[in-house]
Design a protein around this ligand. Sequence first.
Ligand code: SAH
Length: 249
Amino acid sequence: MTALELLIDFYKNTERQGPGSTSETIKALNLTNINKNHAVKIADIGCGTGAQTITLAQHIKGQIIAVDLFPEFLDKLKLRSEELGFQGKIITLQESMEDLPFDKEEFDIIWSEGAIYNMGFEKGIKKWKKYLKAGAYLCVSEITWITNSRPEEIEAFWNKEYPEIDTAANKIRQLKENGYSSVEYFALSENSWLDNFYTPLEKQFSAFLERHDHSEKAKDILEGHKEEISLYKKYKDYYSYGFYIAKKK
Ligand code: SAH
């Protein structure tokens, strides 16, 4: 197995592939002023196994196109949405977020939790804007510094992992400079990181190692995650995911 195949195997058995929660998905949805009695069209980009896609389907009328690069994640979402009777309401689509087959002004909302970093926040907000109707919403979560300065160890770690990490003020400025207005923002709770993401991942560390015969590549994946988790626990007062709710002008 390649490192990528291992990573997919590592993530496909958990409910979430990034920090988040049902209540924060609903909170972000409520910060848009879409009329919940009207059918809307939503793209959920980098949906993973679709925890947030299901929550959206439970709270809107209309249709959600759930996009991810990896069929292993989409298959899980498809199964779950069929179990819940959402076939037709949730359509899965295997495409890259960098090259989407959408029409201009097709969507009322573009949703993306913990995924835009794969192409970079600025590139994403620029490229996706054309798919939104005028006055439609972009709802994205993105790793964010929540203080103006922080210890060198954590600054160095995240600048290496994702150099676009920044403060909410700078992310909001970027959104405004790129044709979005009235940006709402909140930071995800600690429980979204630990209870909903890191703890479920940790619970399957040993099964993952066993499945892959304790291979070096499998161990490397766990080591990387252990470092990230222990840094989070040490420095969680300095960063989180920010949820940005921005309206296209
Ligand atoms: N939204 C989900 C998953 C977040 S993890 C959640 O919050 O739980 C990031 C997701 O982006 C993964 O599912 C990964 O497969 C997907 N991804 C990575 N690169 C991508 C790309 N180029 N195009 C589409 N999806 C991509």
